[in-house]
Design a protein around this ligand. Structure first.
Ligand code: HEC
Ligand code: HEC
Length: 276
């Protein structure tokens, strides 16, 4: 009996670090999906009061643009209408490379140019967390693309290390691959983000609010702002002049961004080359 107990205690002892690791991975995944990456900004349908209750990540939002009518799919674990039957590797490949299990390419506006840079660990954390969200049964329409999609967004991504351990590198990773701030805040040229004008703003977003125009977030735009003013814009959607900012920026999700991530993000924004 005593020996059995010892064995059980020993098993627990050895299992505990693994359980703690899983919990840490899940918490990281929750933070990424719900806060910094704000996947729900596209994958949760929005009502007049914001994200629709009971429809978390269940898809249905329509992006009606000239080149496409894209419909965000259901990414809950529902086996019939969501991604419940996909393996972890299939979900990971869909997010980072834009390829479905059947080999077809996932179209815009899912921001693949940036998601290709997601680190292996963050990608695994997102997948682990997506497995745990409540399944919602919601069949969504198929997207229609009036532009040809490329065969792929690039070669297969084998492995991505985490960003270098300094504030600017971590902030760049956050503003690019994770939160894709730069996708919305960089003007388009020939159907792609104009990487020579990173952060210059100018892209227009139409919605129930009318038209909002992404601002210049390089030092040419935010140079005279204090850190607290930048933080308030990101967390609360209130501009330096007190104006309430319109969607589609995901203030509602960024509200609970960690203090460390906020510091890194601001350090990066301040380090960007000024774009006029
Ligand atoms: C800017 C909007 C946008 C954001 C942000 C976004 N997605 Fe998507 N996503 C889409 C659209 C639109 C599609 C479908 C495109 C198509 O039909 O080809 C899609 C497709 C997918 C698919 C494929 C599902 C299927 O059934 O084909 C997965 C998985 C997915 N997204 C996961 C995520 C995750 C996880 C995040 C956050 C890290 C995220 N998306 C962020 C718009 C977005
Ligand atoms: C889905 C698109 C989108 C994403 C993602 C996004 N933004 Fe924005 N952002 C906008 C738009 C549009 C505005 C202007 C809204 C308005 O004027 O009402 C804006 C406004 C701002 C402002 C206020 C600037 C001013 O002059 O008032 C700041 C600062 C900002 N964004 C920084 C960020 C950062 C940092 C991130 C990433 C964490 C981010 N944005 C992600 C679209 C986006």
């Amino acid at each position: 009996m005593k020996r059995l107990l010892c064995a059980a205690v020993a098993a627990l002892w050895f299992a505990a670090p693994a359980v703690a690791q899983d919990a840490a991975l899940l918490e990281r995944g929750r933070y990424l999906v719900e806060v910094t990456a704000a996947c729900g900004n596209c994958h949760t349908p929005m009502g007049p009061q914001g994200p629709m209750p009971g429809r978390h990540l269940a898809g249905g939002a329509v992006f009606d643009e000239q080149p496409f009518r894209a419909v965000a799919p259901n990414i809950t674990p529902d086996p019939e209408t969501g991604i419940g039957r996909w393996t972890d590797a299939q979900v990971a490949r869909a997010i980072r490379e834009g390829i479905r299990p059947d080999g077809t390419l996932i179209g815009p506006p899912m921001p693949f140019a940036f998601y290709r840079g997601l680190s292996d660990r963050d990608l695994a954390a997102m997948v682990a967390y997506l497995r745990t969200v409540p399944p919602v049964r919601n069949a969504t329409e198929k997207s229609v693309y009036r532009i040809p999609l490329p065969p792929a967004y690039g070669p297969p991504v084998a492995s991505v290390p985490p960003p270098a351990d300094n504030a600017v590198a971590r902030g760049a990773y956050l503003a690019g691959p994770v939160a894709h701030c730069l996708e919305c805040h960089t003007p388009m040229a020939n159907g792609h983000s104009d990487m020579t004008r990173l952060g210059a703003g100018g892209m227009e977003f139409r919605g129930p609010w009318g038209v909002s125009v992404a601002r210049n977030i390089t030092p040419a735009g935010l140079g005279s702002w204090s850190d607290a003013e930048i933080e308030k814009a990101i967390r609360e959607g209130v501009s330096k002049d007190g104006r309430q900012l319109f969607p589609p920026m995901a203030f509602w999700a960024y509200r609970t961004m960690s203090a460390g991530d906020m510091r890194d993000l601001i350090a990066y924004l301040r380090s960007m080359p000024a774009q006029r």
